[in-house]
Design a protein around this ligand. Structure first.
Ligand code: TXA
Ligand code: MG
Length: 338
Protein backbone atom coordinates (compact mmCIF):
# COMPACT_ATOMS: atom_id res chain seq x y z
CA UNK A 1 0.00 0.00 0.00
CA UNK A 2 1.51 3.41 -0.88
CA UNK A 3 2.02 5.83 2.02
CA UNK A 4 -1.10 7.88 2.70
CA UNK A 5 -0.76 11.66 2.51
CA UNK A 6 -2.75 14.27 4.46
CA UNK A 7 -3.62 12.00 7.35
CA UNK A 8 -6.47 13.40 9.42
CA UNK A 9 -7.42 10.28 11.38
CA UNK A 10 -6.96 10.05 15.11
CA UNK A 11 -6.99 6.80 17.07
CA UNK A 12 -9.41 6.70 20.02
CA UNK A 13 -9.21 4.24 22.90
CA UNK A 14 -11.56 2.10 24.91
CA UNK A 15 -12.11 4.72 27.63
CA UNK A 16 -15.43 6.17 28.77
CA UNK A 17 -14.39 9.57 27.47
CA UNK A 18 -13.42 8.32 23.99
CA UNK A 19 -16.46 6.04 23.66
CA UNK A 20 -18.70 9.00 24.58
CA UNK A 21 -16.96 11.18 21.99
CA UNK A 22 -17.32 8.59 19.23
CA UNK A 23 -20.93 7.90 20.15
CA UNK A 24 -21.65 11.62 19.78
CA UNK A 25 -19.89 11.66 16.39
CA UNK A 26 -22.03 8.74 15.16
CA UNK A 27 -25.26 10.33 16.45
CA UNK A 28 -24.31 13.53 14.59
CA UNK A 29 -23.95 11.59 11.32
CA UNK A 30 -20.17 11.10 11.33
CA UNK A 31 -18.10 8.05 10.38
CA UNK A 32 -16.09 5.97 12.86
CA UNK A 33 -13.83 3.00 12.01
CA UNK A 34 -14.56 0.27 14.54
CA UNK A 35 -12.94 -3.02 15.55
CA UNK A 36 -14.96 -6.20 15.12
CA UNK A 37 -13.97 -9.82 15.74
CA UNK A 38 -13.77 -10.36 11.95
CA UNK A 39 -12.24 -7.23 10.36
CA UNK A 40 -12.38 -3.49 11.13
CA UNK A 41 -15.55 -1.80 9.85
CA UNK A 42 -16.38 1.78 8.83
CA UNK A 43 -19.52 2.63 10.78
CA UNK A 44 -22.32 5.18 10.44
CA UNK A 45 -25.86 5.51 11.80
CA UNK A 46 -27.81 3.02 9.65
CA UNK A 47 -30.97 5.14 9.97
CA UNK A 48 -29.25 8.21 8.47
CA UNK A 49 -29.04 8.06 4.66
CA UNK A 50 -26.62 10.98 4.41
CA UNK A 51 -24.22 9.42 6.91
CA UNK A 52 -24.34 6.10 5.06
CA UNK A 53 -23.71 7.79 1.72
CA UNK A 54 -20.47 9.13 3.23
CA UNK A 55 -19.31 5.52 3.85
CA UNK A 56 -19.51 4.77 0.11
CA UNK A 57 -17.62 7.98 -0.67
CA UNK A 58 -14.81 7.34 1.83
CA UNK A 59 -14.28 3.78 0.57
CA UNK A 60 -14.76 4.58 -3.14
CA UNK A 61 -17.41 1.86 -3.03
CA UNK A 62 -20.07 1.58 -5.74
CA UNK A 63 -23.53 2.24 -4.35
CA UNK A 64 -24.76 -1.09 -5.80
CA UNK A 65 -22.80 -2.87 -3.03
CA UNK A 66 -25.05 -2.95 0.07
CA UNK A 67 -23.87 -2.55 3.67
CA UNK A 68 -24.17 -4.79 6.74
CA UNK A 69 -26.16 -3.36 9.66
CA UNK A 70 -24.76 -4.13 13.13
CA UNK A 71 -27.05 -4.25 16.15
CA UNK A 72 -26.37 -4.68 19.86
CA UNK A 73 -29.06 -7.18 20.90
CA UNK A 74 -31.59 -9.43 19.24
CA UNK A 75 -34.56 -7.30 20.19
CA UNK A 76 -33.12 -4.51 17.97
CA UNK A 77 -33.63 -6.69 14.89
CA UNK A 78 -37.36 -6.09 14.61
CA UNK A 79 -36.71 -2.40 13.93
CA UNK A 80 -34.84 -3.20 10.74
CA UNK A 81 -35.81 -6.67 9.43
CA UNK A 82 -38.72 -9.12 9.11
CA UNK A 83 -37.78 -12.22 11.06
CA UNK A 84 -38.79 -15.85 10.50
CA UNK A 85 -38.72 -19.06 12.55
CA UNK A 86 -35.01 -19.75 11.90
CA UNK A 87 -33.75 -16.43 13.25
CA UNK A 88 -34.12 -17.25 16.96
CA UNK A 89 -32.28 -20.61 16.91
CA UNK A 90 -29.54 -19.21 14.70
CA UNK A 91 -29.17 -16.13 16.88
CA UNK A 92 -29.01 -18.29 20.01
CA UNK A 93 -26.24 -20.42 18.52
CA UNK A 94 -24.08 -17.86 16.71
CA UNK A 95 -24.76 -14.32 17.97
CA UNK A 96 -22.91 -12.31 19.04
CA UNK A 97 -20.49 -13.57 16.38
CA UNK A 98 -19.25 -13.74 12.77
CA UNK A 99 -22.55 -14.50 11.01
CA UNK A 100 -24.62 -12.08 8.90
CA UNK A 101 -28.24 -12.81 7.99
CA UNK A 102 -30.00 -11.52 4.89
CA UNK A 103 -33.67 -10.86 5.70
CA UNK A 104 -36.51 -8.79 4.21
CA UNK A 105 -35.94 -5.19 5.25
CA UNK A 106 -38.20 -2.78 7.08
CA UNK A 107 -38.75 0.81 5.94
CA UNK A 108 -36.65 2.30 8.77
CA UNK A 109 -33.53 1.37 6.77
CA UNK A 110 -32.83 3.87 4.00
CA UNK A 111 -32.45 2.42 0.50
CA UNK A 112 -28.82 3.60 0.20
CA UNK A 113 -27.87 1.04 2.89
CA UNK A 114 -29.32 -1.89 0.94
CA UNK A 115 -28.59 -0.59 -2.58
CA UNK A 116 -32.36 -0.48 -3.19
CA UNK A 117 -32.71 -4.19 -2.43
CA UNK A 118 -35.82 -5.22 -0.47
CA UNK A 119 -33.53 -7.17 1.90
CA UNK A 120 -31.06 -6.12 4.58
CA UNK A 121 -27.88 -7.73 5.95
CA UNK A 122 -27.77 -7.81 9.76
CA UNK A 123 -25.33 -9.05 12.36
CA UNK A 124 -24.65 -8.85 16.11
CA UNK A 125 -20.87 -8.53 16.53
CA UNK A 126 -19.01 -9.94 19.54
CA UNK A 127 -16.06 -7.56 19.83
CA UNK A 128 -16.42 -6.06 23.34
CA UNK A 129 -15.16 -2.58 22.42
CA UNK A 130 -17.45 -2.28 19.42
CA UNK A 131 -20.34 -3.60 21.52
CA UNK A 132 -19.70 -0.86 24.08
CA UNK A 133 -19.96 1.78 21.35
CA UNK A 134 -23.06 0.15 19.81
CA UNK A 135 -24.75 0.12 23.20
CA UNK A 136 -23.79 3.71 23.95
CA UNK A 137 -25.19 5.02 20.64
CA UNK A 138 -28.37 2.95 20.93
CA UNK A 139 -28.36 2.91 17.10
CA UNK A 140 -28.04 0.24 14.43
CA UNK A 141 -24.69 0.90 12.75
CA UNK A 142 -24.09 0.21 9.07
CA UNK A 143 -20.47 -0.87 8.52
CA UNK A 144 -18.65 -2.40 5.58
CA UNK A 145 -15.02 -3.41 6.00
CA UNK A 146 -12.87 -0.29 6.55
CA UNK A 147 -10.71 -0.59 3.43
CA UNK A 148 -10.65 1.24 0.11
CA UNK A 149 -13.04 -0.68 -2.16
CA UNK A 150 -11.50 -3.87 -3.56
CA UNK A 151 -8.34 -3.75 -1.42
CA UNK A 152 -7.33 -6.20 1.32
CA UNK A 153 -9.56 -5.86 4.44
CA UNK A 154 -8.07 -4.34 7.63
CA UNK A 155 -7.47 -6.42 10.74
CA UNK A 156 -5.68 -3.76 12.83
CA UNK A 157 -6.31 -0.07 13.50
CA UNK A 158 -2.98 0.60 11.76
CA UNK A 159 -4.29 -0.98 8.54
CA UNK A 160 -7.25 1.41 8.66
CA UNK A 161 -4.99 4.34 9.45
CA UNK A 162 -2.63 3.70 6.55
CA UNK A 163 -5.27 3.10 3.90
CA UNK A 164 -8.19 5.37 4.91
CA UNK A 165 -6.46 7.82 7.27
CA UNK A 166 -6.76 10.66 4.76
CA UNK A 167 -10.51 10.10 4.30
CA UNK A 168 -11.79 9.62 7.84
CA UNK A 169 -11.13 11.29 11.20
CA UNK A 170 -12.09 8.70 13.83
CA UNK A 171 -10.71 5.22 14.45
CA UNK A 172 -11.52 3.15 17.55
CA UNK A 173 -8.65 0.93 18.73
CA UNK A 174 -9.61 -2.66 19.46
CA UNK A 175 -6.43 -4.67 18.88
CA UNK A 176 -5.95 -7.29 16.17
CA UNK A 177 -9.13 -8.98 14.94
CA UNK A 178 -9.52 -12.43 16.43
CA UNK A 179 -11.06 -14.17 13.41
CA UNK A 180 -9.40 -12.18 10.64
CA UNK A 181 -11.81 -12.94 7.77
CA UNK A 182 -15.26 -11.46 7.30
CA UNK A 183 -18.49 -12.95 8.61
CA UNK A 184 -20.32 -15.78 6.89
CA UNK A 185 -23.30 -14.32 4.99
CA UNK A 186 -26.41 -16.50 5.15
CA UNK A 187 -29.39 -15.65 2.97
CA UNK A 188 -32.39 -16.43 5.16
CA UNK A 189 -35.10 -14.65 3.18
CA UNK A 190 -36.68 -18.01 2.53
CA UNK A 191 -36.16 -20.16 5.65
CA UNK A 192 -36.94 -23.29 3.60
CA UNK A 193 -33.79 -22.68 1.53
CA UNK A 194 -31.03 -21.05 3.60
CA UNK A 195 -28.06 -20.22 1.38
CA UNK A 196 -24.48 -19.15 2.09
CA UNK A 197 -23.50 -16.13 -0.03
CA UNK A 198 -20.02 -15.70 1.48
CA UNK A 199 -18.04 -18.23 3.57
CA UNK A 200 -16.58 -16.84 6.79
CA UNK A 201 -16.07 -17.50 10.48
CA UNK A 202 -19.06 -19.87 10.82
CA UNK A 203 -19.14 -22.97 8.64
CA UNK A 204 -21.96 -24.59 6.63
CA UNK A 205 -21.77 -27.64 8.91
CA UNK A 206 -22.13 -25.60 12.08
CA UNK A 207 -25.28 -23.94 10.69
CA UNK A 208 -26.75 -27.22 9.43
CA UNK A 209 -26.30 -28.80 12.85
CA UNK A 210 -28.31 -26.02 14.49
CA UNK A 211 -31.16 -25.68 12.00
CA UNK A 212 -31.26 -29.39 11.13
CA UNK A 213 -31.64 -28.80 7.41
CA UNK A 214 -29.44 -28.50 4.38
CA UNK A 215 -27.73 -25.19 3.70
CA UNK A 216 -27.12 -24.29 0.05
CA UNK A 217 -24.02 -22.56 -1.25
CA UNK A 218 -24.41 -19.71 -3.72
CA UNK A 219 -23.30 -20.58 -7.25
CA UNK A 220 -21.46 -17.24 -7.24
CA UNK A 221 -18.89 -18.99 -5.04
CA UNK A 222 -18.09 -21.39 -7.87
CA UNK A 223 -15.49 -19.32 -9.70
CA UNK A 224 -15.72 -21.35 -12.87
CA UNK A 225 -19.36 -20.29 -13.20
CA UNK A 226 -19.22 -16.65 -12.13
CA UNK A 227 -20.46 -14.06 -14.57
CA UNK A 228 -21.79 -10.54 -14.14
CA UNK A 229 -25.46 -11.61 -14.07
CA UNK A 230 -25.11 -14.31 -11.45
CA UNK A 231 -22.91 -12.65 -8.89
CA UNK A 232 -24.58 -11.34 -5.73
CA UNK A 233 -24.17 -7.60 -5.22
CA UNK A 234 -20.72 -6.81 -3.95
CA UNK A 235 -19.56 -10.38 -3.98
CA UNK A 236 -17.24 -9.76 -6.87
CA UNK A 237 -14.88 -12.32 -8.27
CA UNK A 238 -11.99 -9.88 -7.85
CA UNK A 239 -11.82 -8.48 -4.34
CA UNK A 240 -9.54 -8.41 -1.30
CA UNK A 241 -6.76 -7.80 -3.80
CA UNK A 242 -3.17 -6.87 -3.19
CA UNK A 243 -1.67 -4.77 -6.02
CA UNK A 244 1.05 -7.38 -6.52
CA UNK A 245 -0.15 -10.18 -8.84
CA UNK A 246 -0.99 -13.29 -6.82
CA UNK A 247 -1.02 -16.83 -8.17
CA UNK A 248 -2.87 -19.48 -6.19
CA UNK A 249 -2.05 -23.22 -6.34
CA UNK A 250 -3.23 -26.31 -4.47
CA UNK A 251 0.17 -26.96 -2.84
CA UNK A 252 3.35 -24.88 -2.96
CA UNK A 253 6.83 -26.35 -3.06
CA UNK A 254 9.88 -24.52 -1.75
CA UNK A 255 11.51 -22.85 -4.76
CA UNK A 256 15.02 -23.99 -5.75
CA UNK A 257 17.58 -21.78 -4.04
CA UNK A 258 18.75 -20.43 -7.41
CA UNK A 259 15.25 -19.37 -8.53
CA UNK A 260 14.03 -15.78 -8.62
CA UNK A 261 14.12 -14.01 -5.29
CA UNK A 262 11.81 -11.31 -6.65
CA UNK A 263 8.82 -13.57 -6.01
CA UNK A 264 7.39 -14.20 -2.55
CA UNK A 265 6.01 -17.61 -1.53
CA UNK A 266 3.14 -17.75 0.94
CA UNK A 267 2.59 -21.11 2.63
CA UNK A 268 -0.24 -21.99 4.99
CA UNK A 269 2.10 -23.93 7.30
CA UNK A 270 5.79 -23.29 7.91
CA UNK A 271 7.55 -25.45 5.31
CA UNK A 272 10.42 -27.76 6.20
CA UNK A 273 13.85 -26.83 4.88
CA UNK A 274 16.02 -23.75 4.67
CA UNK A 275 13.82 -20.68 4.51
CA UNK A 276 15.13 -17.80 2.43
CA UNK A 277 13.79 -14.30 3.03
CA UNK A 278 11.15 -14.68 0.29
CA UNK A 279 9.40 -17.52 2.13
CA UNK A 280 6.38 -16.66 4.30
CA UNK A 281 3.73 -18.66 6.12
CA UNK A 282 0.41 -18.00 7.87
CA UNK A 283 0.79 -20.37 10.82
CA UNK A 284 3.89 -22.11 12.12
CA UNK A 285 1.96 -25.26 13.02
CA UNK A 286 -0.56 -25.08 10.17
CA UNK A 287 -3.42 -24.12 12.52
CA UNK A 288 -6.09 -22.81 10.13
CA UNK A 289 -7.74 -20.48 12.62
CA UNK A 290 -4.37 -18.83 13.13
CA UNK A 291 -3.82 -18.79 9.36
CA UNK A 292 -7.16 -17.00 8.84
CA UNK A 293 -6.26 -14.50 11.56
CA UNK A 294 -2.96 -13.67 9.83
CA UNK A 295 -4.14 -13.78 6.22
CA UNK A 296 -4.95 -10.13 5.51
CA UNK A 297 -2.03 -8.65 7.43
CA UNK A 298 0.37 -11.00 5.62
CA UNK A 299 -1.11 -10.01 2.25
CA UNK A 300 -0.67 -6.34 3.16
CA UNK A 301 2.89 -6.96 4.32
CA UNK A 302 3.77 -8.79 1.12
CA UNK A 303 2.09 -6.11 -0.98
CA UNK A 304 4.37 -3.44 0.45
CA UNK A 305 7.46 -5.67 0.21
CA UNK A 306 8.30 -4.77 -3.39
CA UNK A 307 7.75 -8.33 -4.67
CA UNK A 308 7.00 -8.83 -8.36
CA UNK A 309 4.70 -11.75 -7.78
CA UNK A 310 3.18 -13.66 -4.85
CA UNK A 311 2.75 -17.43 -5.06
CA UNK A 312 0.22 -18.67 -2.51
CA UNK A 313 -1.27 -22.06 -1.69
CA UNK A 314 -4.78 -23.10 -0.71
CA UNK A 315 -5.76 -24.19 2.79
CA UNK A 316 -6.95 -27.77 3.22
CA UNK A 317 -9.07 -29.28 5.95
CA UNK A 318 -10.88 -27.39 8.68
CA UNK A 319 -14.07 -25.46 7.88
CA UNK A 320 -12.41 -22.04 7.90
CA UNK A 321 -10.26 -23.30 4.99
CA UNK A 322 -13.27 -22.48 2.81
CA UNK A 323 -13.16 -18.79 3.88
CA UNK A 324 -9.37 -18.59 3.48
CA UNK A 325 -9.55 -20.06 -0.04
CA UNK A 326 -12.44 -17.78 -0.99
CA UNK A 327 -10.36 -14.71 -0.08
CA UNK A 328 -7.23 -16.05 -1.78
CA UNK A 329 -9.18 -16.90 -4.94
CA UNK A 330 -10.62 -13.40 -5.12
CA UNK A 331 -7.18 -11.90 -4.42
CA UNK A 332 -5.81 -13.95 -7.32
CA UNK A 333 -8.57 -13.01 -9.78
CA UNK A 334 -7.37 -10.72 -12.54
CA UNK A 335 -10.71 -9.20 -13.48
CA UNK A 336 -13.98 -8.63 -11.66
CA UNK A 337 -15.77 -11.01 -14.01
CA UNK A 338 -14.65 -13.63 -16.47
O1 TXA B 1 -17.39 -9.46 9.04
C1 TXA B 1 -18.04 -8.66 8.35
O2 TXA B 1 -19.09 -9.00 7.77
C2 TXA B 1 -17.49 -7.25 8.21
C3 TXA B 1 -17.58 -6.55 9.56
C4 TXA B 1 -17.20 -5.10 9.49
O3 TXA B 1 -18.85 -6.73 10.10
N1 TXA B 1 -18.21 -6.51 7.22
C5 TXA B 1 -18.09 -6.74 5.89
O4 TXA B 1 -18.80 -5.87 5.11
O5 TXA B 1 -17.42 -7.62 5.43
P1 TXA B 1 -18.59 -5.70 3.56
O6 TXA B 1 -19.40 -4.56 3.16
O7 TXA B 1 -17.15 -5.61 3.25
O8 TXA B 1 -19.23 -6.97 2.95
C6 TXA B 1 -20.61 -7.14 3.08
C7 TXA B 1 -21.17 -7.96 1.97
C8 TXA B 1 -21.10 -7.26 0.64
O9 TXA B 1 -20.37 -8.03 -0.28
C9 TXA B 1 -22.55 -7.14 0.22
O10 TXA B 1 -22.75 -7.39 -1.13
C10 TXA B 1 -23.26 -8.19 1.07
O11 TXA B 1 -22.55 -8.19 2.27
N2 TXA B 1 -24.63 -7.76 1.33
C11 TXA B 1 -25.05 -6.74 2.10
N3 TXA B 1 -26.40 -6.60 2.04
C12 TXA B 1 -26.83 -7.58 1.22
C13 TXA B 1 -28.12 -7.98 0.74
N4 TXA B 1 -29.22 -7.35 1.12
N5 TXA B 1 -28.18 -9.05 -0.10
C14 TXA B 1 -27.06 -9.71 -0.49
N6 TXA B 1 -25.81 -9.37 -0.09
C15 TXA B 1 -25.70 -8.32 0.75
MG1 MG C 1 -15.38 -5.75 2.32
Amino acid sequence: MPKTLNIKAHIYRNTTKDINTLSRILKQGGLVAVPTETVYGLAANALNAKACRAIFKAKGRPTQDPLIVHIHTLKDITLIAEINYLVAPIARAFWPGPLTLILPKKTSIPSIVTSNLPSVAVRIPSHPVFRKLLKKTGLPLAAPSANPFGYVSPTTSHHVYESLGNKISYILEGGSCEIGVESTILDLRNPEYPKILRPGGISKNQIEKVIKRKVLISSALDYSKVNSNQVAPGLLKKHYSPRTPLKLTEHLKLPASKSSTRSAYLFIKKPKGILLNNIFYLSKSGNLKEAARNLFSKLRELDSGGWKKIYAEKAHGHAIACAINDRLQRAAAKTEFK
